[in-house]
Design a protein around this ligand. Structure first.
Ligand SMILES: Nc1ncnc2c1ncn2[C@@H]1O[C@H](COP(=O)(O)OP(=O)(O)OP(=O)(O)O)[C@@H](O)[C@H]1O
Ligand SMILES: [Mg+2]
Length: 273
């Protein structure tokens, strides 16, 4: 059963700017989906329609079988968690603990149950030791973790992350993606927007490519990165691992590709034997 069902959905901003056109997407429970596309392709707008922040101009967005407009904002926030493109904008408390407690407390969770939920959430993203720290004083990587934890504490099944690795160094990007992968293993449905194609290849099972507000390709990551010609339309280049593997296999007439550094290394070793 799909957990998110988008039917013939379009979105036009009040300024008249059309951002999304005729979008049809079904996302199943437990999927790990990456949404990619050039700047202005409509990725953030699409995420906002899934979180109820924007109401479709045409068509509908259903969450767990119910139209997003049938939910109150508070109710929808217990279904869909949203980490903003700039997570610093969602941090406003004096301590990490307070930041994470804010959402569930607003939903009426109190006392020991609240303490337990906050502690467990901090632990699962590895920030337990930062509980009493002032969020703006943390490193960028830790601030991103706090933002993810504050959304997770709402106990949603769906987690939407808009560029969670933006501005992070190499290690920080992989640490955040490992947390997201672990959450996916625990059963969260993940939808992630990113410009980092190597992370898409490594982590996402399914990739939705947007181009000027429309879905250009929606398929498994191997099929998507096998179409560099089409990806160019939305100014995306497959990651270098993919390009290298394509070169490696080309002389044998194969169109196969590899998605991860480990698989590429194995392929090179096999060729040398
Ligand atoms: N508040 C707004 N009012 C009017 N137009 C907007 C608004 N926000 C975005 N747009 C326009 O809608 C289109 C889609 O924008 P969106 O932010 O969804 O793109 P994006 O794919 O997230 O881009 P980026 O990679 O830069 O984050 C763009 O043409 C953008 O200029
Ligand atoms: Mg965006």
């Amino acid at each position: 059963m799909s957990i998110i069902d988008i039917k013939n959905m379009s979105y036009v901003y009040p300024s008249g700017q059309r951002a999304l056109r005729s979008i049809d997407i079904n996302i199943g429970e437990g999927e790990f989906v990456a949404v990619i596309g050039q700047n202005g392709a409509g990725k953030s707008t699409l995420m906002k329609t899934m979180t109820g922040l924007l109401k479709p101009t045409e068509g509908e967005v259903c969450i767990e079988g119910k139209g997003s407009d049938e939910y109150t904002m508070a109710r929808l926030s217990t279904r869909v968690g949203y980490v903003l493109q700039n997570p610093d904008r969602q941090l406003f408390s004096n301590t990490v603990r307070e930041e994470i407690a804010f959402g569930p407390r607003n939903l009426g969770v109190t006392g020991e149950e609240l303490e337990k939920r906050v502690d467990e959430t901090m632990k699962s993203v590895g920030i337990g030791h930062l509980a009493e720290e002032y969020p703006p004083s943390l490193s960028k990587g830790d601030r991103a973790r706090v933002a993810i934890a504050s959304v997770m504490a709402m106990n949603t099944k769906i987690l939407i992350l808009d560029e969670p690795t933006g501005g992070q160094d190499f290690e920080g990007r992989y640490q955040i993606m490992d947390i997201v992968r672990e959450l996916n293993r625990q059963g969260y449905t993940i939808i992630i927007v990113t410009h980092a194609m190597s992370l898409v290849a490594e982590y996402a099972g399914r990739v939705i490519v947007l181009c000027e507000g429309e879905v250009l390709i929606d398929s498994d990551s191997r099929s998507v990165f096998s179409r560099p010609d089409l990806l160019r339309q939305t100014f995306i280049c497959p990651p270098q691992v993919v390009e290298l593997s394509r070169e490696l296999y080309r002389e044998s007439g194969s169109t196969a590709i590899e998605l991860t550094v480990d698989d590429l290394a194995d392929a090179i070793l096999r060729k040398m034997q």
